[in-house]
Design a binder for this molecule. Structure first.
Ligand code: NDP
Length: 339
């Protein structure tokens, strides 16, 4: 398959540490970067060997480049709407970082603008692309645990020092819920394939740092058919292994160490025959899978692993968690059914 030529919107840490290496692994070309800070962008481009065709690194220059077929938006969350919409209007396919936006209206607007301009929208919720997560979905789909009754997710680590900027600030889109719970929701929503109904949650500021946003959250979600989902997300615990558990009438799945962008972790199934490890056939990096599926979708074959509606629904879960934590009451999830 012909690989796409990409423009980067946002000279960000994740572009540098995650997406640029992935674009190069899959053989894609990077044509330029747009940023709000030319000096920062110049250094970024130099470090990452990105061609610099303009001196100002402006959005207009990048979007005006006919060679650019797709853009990767990794600016801060509150800028996703403006950046993704401008790219779509310029006819560029959009792979946007998560969360798609900071409110549902903006998320829906991005999806609608991409659809109106006939460009593909994918969102880099990379976990659903991971071989471990696809193995868990396959097991559930094949009925290995029977009727699903509950799902538990632990997604915790110590926020690296270099990332303790806007995530711990008061800006819209800061905090652990928008950062990590939205990944959990992107996993649980397609795993259950049903509607998230309501959330009840508590959030705290427990790190030994100054923070205006929550840095740990414990949430319980109700999905259709009385399925209970429990999430523990934090920036504050350095040594806690992550997991995804699915418990059903006939068995339980435990996927250990899988809430990570790395292609690692193991899947175990327990049922009447005891516990056994399940083979994970695909150990490609989740970012590579995301890029490959996105590229295929641009060429008219299939859809991105996570599309606009999936991302809006992940966001809807997060917003309900935040609303419940704020109000001390249950909060309804504004979920958009898939059909
Ligand atoms: P960064 O703070 O590294 O970058 C965000 C923006 O801040 C950049 O786009 C850039 O603005 C500006 N910036 C960063 N460093 C400098 C600097 N030294 N000088 C001037 N400006 C600077 O954010 P992250 O990479 O942590 O996150 C970016 C996006 O990616 C967010 O939406 C986040 O949620 C998402 N993300 C997703 C992950 C995933 O697991 N899928 C993991 C990490 C992040 P400009 O746009 O003007 O260049």
């Amino acid at each position: 398959m012909t690989q796409l030529t990409w423009g980067l919107i946002g000279a960000s840490d994740i572009a540098e540490t995650g997406m640029i290496p992935a674009l190069r692994r899959v053989g894609a070309r990077i044509a330029g970067v747009a940023s709000g800070n030319a000096e920062h962008a110049r250094r970024f481009a130099e470090r990452n060997e990105i061609p610099t065709t303009t001196s100002d690194f402006s959005l207009d220059a990048l979007l005006g480049d006919p060679a650019v077929q797709a853009v990767y938006v990794s600016s801060t969350n509150e800028q996703h709407l403006a950046h993704a919409s401008a790219a779509a209007a310029a006819g560029k396919h959009v792979l946007c970082e998560k969360p798609l936006s900071t409110d549902l209206e903006a998320g829906r607007q991005i999806a609608a603008t991409c659809a109106a301009h006939g460009v593909v929208l994918g969102v880099n919720h990379h976990l659903p692309a991971a071989g471990t997560h696809r193995t868990v979905r396959r097991l559930v789909g094949d009925g290995a645990v029977g009727r699903v009754l509950s799902v538990n997710v632990r997604h915790t680590s110590l926020l690296p020092e270099r990332l303790r900027g806007w995530r711990l600030s008061g800006v819209a889109g800061a905090g652990v819920v928008m950062d990590l719970s939205c990944h959990d929701a992107s996993v649980v929503n397609p795993l259950l394939g049903t509607r998230a109904v309501e959330a009840t949650a508590m959030t705290v500021k427990q790190g030994r740092w100054e923070t205006a946003a929550e840095d740990a959250a414990s949430s319980v979600l109700l999905y259709d058919d009385d399925v209970l989902v429990r999430l523990h997300d934090s920036f504050t615990t350095p040594y806690t292994p992550s997991y995804l558990e699915v418990h059903g009438e006939l068995g339980s799945i435990t996927a250990r160490g899988v809430m990570t962008p790395q292609p690692v972790g193991d899947v175990f199934l327990s049922d009447g025959s005891g516990e056994r490890e399940i083979d994970v056939p695909d150990r490609r990096h989740p970012y590579d899978v995301t890029l490959e599926e996105f590229s295929r979708a641009v060429h008219g074959d299939g859809r991105p692993v996570v599309d606009g509606r999936d991302a809006v629904n992940a966001l809807a879960v997060c917003l309900a968690i935040l609303e419940s934590a704020r109000s001390g009451r249950r909060a309804a999830v504004e979920f958009t059914p898939t059909s």
